[in-house]
Design a protein around this ligand. Structure first.
Ligand code: FE
Ligand code: FE
Ligand code: ZN
Length: 277
């Protein structure tokens, strides 16, 4: 069965997200742990969480994906941003740990002029302080388009991060199709080659989630602007291959397409299910 969902607003709480997911034919979803721009997290309400967990089990949901707020940056040139990011990160994981099988996805960071070396070192120092042996959540490094001073636009950069984390069994990767396409990985005419390269450099055993997005821009544009499934430069043929590929088909797929309504996601999910072989 296709494990598929989309990014949902967390404003109404966990139970509301589970019900929305059900309504649109999804069996998983992604949410921001707090406002993506601001940074205040609502306390988790026990009752909401318990009701959510009931639906999660009954409906046999696939693991859900928490997404770290965009404002965090573990490798900012500013020390106060780095330390703030680290404390939010730690607090988020105490929350995601309350939901079995949770993933916590984050953008590795932007080095803001310090250079990739320094950026990677700061990300690793922070993660080494954040990750504990006891944590249940799997932290996912998201593949990026490589725009500006973004780290994670190349598989090698993610590899170097993983290599420098002491407890790295809780580290995985989330592959964003729009990001890697914009980053120059040709999943349209060479999907097999890109999967092989990912496996050789990072290892497919680290890959847990795919952000399934089409792209408004062209291969290697380094832009990162998502498009509706089938309406962009990746196209439906390549997306169909991705969701059916033997090495990818059992992963969790999350849509982050620019839909204006839940109904739009429902249609995309229905279409993707119909393309599943
Ligand atoms: Fe993301
Ligand atoms: Fe993404
Ligand atoms: Zn993006």
């Amino acid at each position: 069965m296709l494990k598929i969902g989309c990014h949902l607003s967390s404003v109404g709480g966990f139970k509301a997200m589970a019900l929305s997911a059900k309504e649109i034919g999804a069996n998983t979803f992604q949410y921001f742990t707090r406002n993506p721009r601001g940074c205040v997290a609502k306390p988790i309400e026990k009752e909401d969480l318990n009701e959510f967990l009931k639906i999660y089990k009954e409906e046999n949901f696939a693991p859900i994906v928490a997404h770290c707020p965009y404002t965090l940056n573990l490798c900012s040139a500013k020390e106060n941003i780095r330390s703030f990011s680290k404390s939010v990160f730690k607090d988020d994981i105490t929350r995601t740990d309350l939901i079995p099988g949770s993933f916590y996805n984050f953008h590795p960071g932007s080095h803001t002029g310090q250079g990739t070396e320094t950026g990677i070192k700061q990300i690793c120092d922070a993660l080494n302080d954040i990750i504990t042996k006891e944590q249940k959540t799997t932290i996912l490094l998201e593949t990026m388009a490589g725009k500006g001073s973004e780290i994670g636009g190349k598989f090698e950069e993610l590899r170097r991060i993983i290599d420098n984390i002491n407890i790295n069994e809780k580290i995985g990767v989330c592959l964003d199709t729009c990001h890697i396409f914009d980053g120059g990985y040709d999943i349209v005419s060479n999907l097999e080659g890109v999967i092989e390269e990912f496996d050789k450099i990072i290892g497919l055993e680290r890959l847990y989630v795919i952000h399934l997005n089409d792209s408004k821009n062209t291969l290697g544009s380094k832009k990162d602007r998502h498009e509706l499934i089938g309406k962009g430069n990746i196209g439906i043929k390549a997306i169909e291959k991705i969701i059916n590929h033997s090495k990818l088909k059992n992963l969790v797929f999350i849509l982050e397409t620019p839909q204006e309504t839940l109904g739009g996601y429902a249609k995309e999910i229905e279409m993707l299910k119909s393309l599943r072989k």
